[in-house]
Write a protein of this length. Structure first.
Lengths: 389, 389
């Protein structure tokens, strides 16, 4: 059976060159980068080269602004909890948005429930976008940190990060962005954006799983989230995941060299898929912003059907998609992001996210456009909602 | 130049079979185990098989008692902070020991300094061992958790975990053990030991870096430490590091099948190395317990010299050792573990840890015994302390 992987928002295939770069660090240069001997120093050379690659991809000023973590979620936890706890004498108010990833939302909720912080959750418009005016209005005397994602993992909407960061800076509020979906698939420049902290994750752009990084602008004070050894200048305890870090560095290098060409290619495939769905299937709701959008993200709701049934039917044709975030799978609730854009529960339940990467090809788009209308029609025929309409 | 790696307490070489098991999960079965499609389900099969292997190695009752983490340090943080925060209504007193790894000590200190807990740090005897009587005496009405490591990472001393866990259970105190150095190199049985939580780390026994696990006995309530998606039954957010988890599972399988044969071999090499050093070098202090000891751990202090100089000289001969924990490297303070056993600063500074694994061979032991006396002698000749003596 043909296999078409369109769930790159959940995770991507590791690039063969990334794996190749990692391999010597499993079997030969397996030392601990914190060790003084030759094995350790070889490993250290590797991790510091990788740090420099991360720095270059996001245009940080200094490699020491990069803290390696065990993934994007840990980076979000470190940014938010680490900053909040280190700066809570200055105030206990945080600002975020209702469409953040759970790595951000649940961290904010924990600080609210357990640590005496208060949190403002900014609303979004029908595209899932936060407004800078709302943000400015939400800032209080005791606001210390704002955290707004750059590209939404479900509906692909890009937030006006540069504008939001400028407001934050004017008001003396530290600004973090969860850029897990953006880094590696579109240009990201922390200095141009003016953000103070930024989270990224290797496996979202053909690096390995289990490794990410937090950019922290020099001068920003934060507590470690994982307490332990003196690694990462005492900002993150735990033996360095050398092969993972090397892989992340390689993924950054590949992304830097191949953007913007790859971004253009992936965006073109995305637009073809969007048009193909709109032209061939009735009663669909296009989710997210039409232009301010992640290069690989396609998200629709198909009225009268359930996203889960759609996924299973697609899977039988070898097509891998998702109904939203993989991180909430197993839950019967509709996506908090779709509800926030104003969709009803009923419509939100029929969502399908197809997310593309540099490994997708045009014939795969054609294949999905060929298969999807029949699947949707068949499911609708079985739907009591559709019969009634 | 000959290369002899004897820093397996810091990290180990990944077993080639482990890497081989991981590889398909980078390039083929690269799906997110939380996804419903075929790519996801293949990945999920792999992670659940790995979970079962971890369960078997430590004899947990149920695979669901295993939570995958980004390493041993994160597992310690999850156990201690996660338990403390979830149970703080019942009391805010913790008990640990002065010889714990920093992953435990710094976590306890954070809870003490920032979260209103009080912590008792149990002393140790000259072997680095905690006494059950001291432990019993330290338990208060408001004690909710004790965390005592099973095998010391620096001096190799094994704590009387079974006895300590029994005291804890009798007094209604939850008991966690950091078994990062023990799991995979000696038999570990959570049910026989009677512990409620146990941390382990893949890279300490030929698994990959960046992955570990926390055993949590059914019924133990804890908050997640990394907030995010619903992974690991909402106990640890973040996309599963599938290849890492597969590698950890494979390392557990290999350890289970090869223990106790390998334990016996490594212990014999250790004893030969200890004897070789004692027979050939004067004025040495043997650190740790002579019998209750990790199979691969050798630790001596060489009077009148600095551990760092010794390491560098050994490195020139291709021998990789350490002066203590890799996690504290860069610090000029002598080991907190050696000081706790009663050594003076001066003596503690001259420490050398040589840690063996299943990959070490007898001729490597011979090589070290051949080279080390001359190196020590040369350094002593340059030492003002030695001249005076």
């Amino acid at each position: 059976m043909k296999k078409v992987y369109m769930d790159n928002g959940a995770t991507t295939r590791t690039h063969p060159e990334v794996l190749q770069a990692m391999e010597p660090f499993f079997l030969e240069n397996y030392g601990n980068p914190s060790s003084v001997h030759g094995f350790g120093q070889e490993a250290l050379k590797g991790t510091e080269k990788a740090r420099d690659e991360v720095k270059k991809l996001i245009n940080a000023a200094d490699p020491q602004e990069i803290i390696f973590t065990g993934g994007g979620t840990e980076a979000d936890n470190l940014a938010i909890t680490g900053y909040a706890m280190a700066n809570r004498e200055r105030g206990r108010h945080l600002i975020t948005s209702v469409v953040e990833h759970h790595a951000v939302l649940h961290t904010c909720e924990y600080l609210e429930k357990e640590m005496g912080f208060s949190v403002t959750y900014l609303p979004v418009d029908k595209y899932g976008m936060v407004s800078a005016a709302d943000f400015r209005e939400a800032i209080r005397e005791d606001t210390i940190l704002a955290t707004i994602m750059s590209g939404n993992n479900e509906i692909g909407t890009l937030q006006p990060i540069k504008e939001l960061a400028r407001v934050a800076r004017e008001q003396g509020v530290t600004f973090h962005t969860d850029a897990v979906q953006s880094v590696g698939s579109m240009p990201v420049d922390v200095q141009d954006w003016g953000v103070d902290m930024l989270s990224l994750s290797g496996h979202k752009f053909h690096g390995p799983k289990g490794v990410g990084a937090l950019y922290v602008r020099r001068g920003i004070k934060l507590h470690p989230h994982i307490h332990g050894g003196a690694q990462e200048k005492k900002r993150r305890g735990g033996t360095h995941n050398t092969p993972g870090i090397i892989g992340l560095g390689k993924a950054c290098e590949l992304a830097r060299k191949n953007l913007p060409e790859k971004e253009k290619e992936v965006s073109a495939l995305r637009d073809k898929l969007i048009k193909g769905i709109q032209d061939n299937i009735d009663e669909v709701v296009f989710n997210g912003h039409p232009e301010q959008r992640l290069p690989g993200n396609v998200n629709f709701c198909f009225r009268y059907i359930e996203g889960e049934s759609l996924l299973l039917s697609l899977d039988l044709e070898g097509i891998a998609g998702s109904s939203g975030s993989a991180c909430t799978s197993g839950s019967l609730d509709p996506s908090h992001v779709l509800l926030a854009t104003g969709l009803s529960h009923e419509v939100a339940h029929g969502s399908l996210r197809l997310t593309l990467s540099i490994f997708n090809e045009e014939e795969e788009i054609d294949y999905v456009i060929e298969k999807l209308p029949g699947i949707v029609e068949k499911l609708r025929q079985m739907s009591p909602l559709y019969q009634k309409s």
